[in-house]
Design a protein around this ligand. Sequence first.
Ligand code: ABN
Length: 181
Amino acid sequence: MRSLFNWIDRRTEQRLRQVAHSHGRRSLLARLGVALVGGAVLPMLPFDRSGQFMGAQAAEPGKAPGAKAHDDPMQCEYWRYCAFDGYLCTCCGGTLTQCPPGTEASKVSWVGTCLNPKDGRHYLVSYNDCCGKGSCGECLCNNNERERPGYRLGVHNDINWCMANTSSMFHCTTSVIVGVA
Ligand code: ABN
């Protein structure tokens, strides 16, 4: 009986030592160390931050998280808008290429040459102001890639191109591809 008690004592002591070893102060410190080092190193790891350039767009409900602004005609970063100046007709009841109801395309326009990131080619884009209604006021966008001063009129965007229409009221601007550059 005595030897049984001795055996139980020894087993209990062994188990207690094991528990003390794995849950003791030293192991707590070790875990704390791992957490601290992990917390400091994790933010330095390389993350894909490309979504940040989309700004508010990424947070918008209904937008695919992977959607790029240069793919979205409602964003000023859309590739065709590289020399755009005006309000996006896509935000004003029109489309990329069509004026909103109650307005008509300007008879004269300016052009830009924009790179389509999808196929790596440059395209000649005609920017036509839509005329006949007051300013749309939504999605103001001003990009000036390859834009030239006013004496190169056809590649100057800071002008009301409704000047040759019956009504010179400027509403918004469309972007029509007219060819490969
Ligand atoms: N081409 C857009 C525009 C219209 C009015 C004034 C400046 C620019």
